[in-house]
Design a protein around this ligand. Structure first.
Ligand SMILES: [Zn+2]
Length: 67
C-alpha cells in the first residue's frame, strides 16, 4: 500500500483514511480507495471524511449493490 501525499498534507487521523468523500456537482459522495482511477477521480478531488486531507491515490465511487 502506497502512502498518498503528493497533494500536500496527508491524513493524520488515528486510523488513516477512515473514509473518502468527494464533491461531484455539488453533492458529496462516499468513495472507496481503488487500484485504478475511475472517470470521476480524474476530475474531482477526494478527501478524508474526518480531517479533509486531500487523497492523492486512486479511488472510485462506492457502488451500492441492491441485495
Ligand atoms: Zn483523515
Amino acid at each position: 500500500m502506497t502512502t498518498p501525499g503528493t497533494l500536500g498534507p496527508t491524513c493524520r487521523c488515528p486510523k488513516p483514511w477512515p473514509g473518502l468523500i468527494a464533491r461531484v456537482n455539488g453533492t458529496y459522495y462516499r468513495m472507496i480507495a481503488s487500484t485504478e482511477d475511475g472517470p470521476l477521480s480524474r476530475l474531482h478531488l477526494a478527501r478524508c471524511t474526518a480531517c479533509q486531507a486531500p487523497y492523492a491515490g486512486a479511488w472510485r465511487l462506492r457502488v451500492q449493490h441492491a441485495a
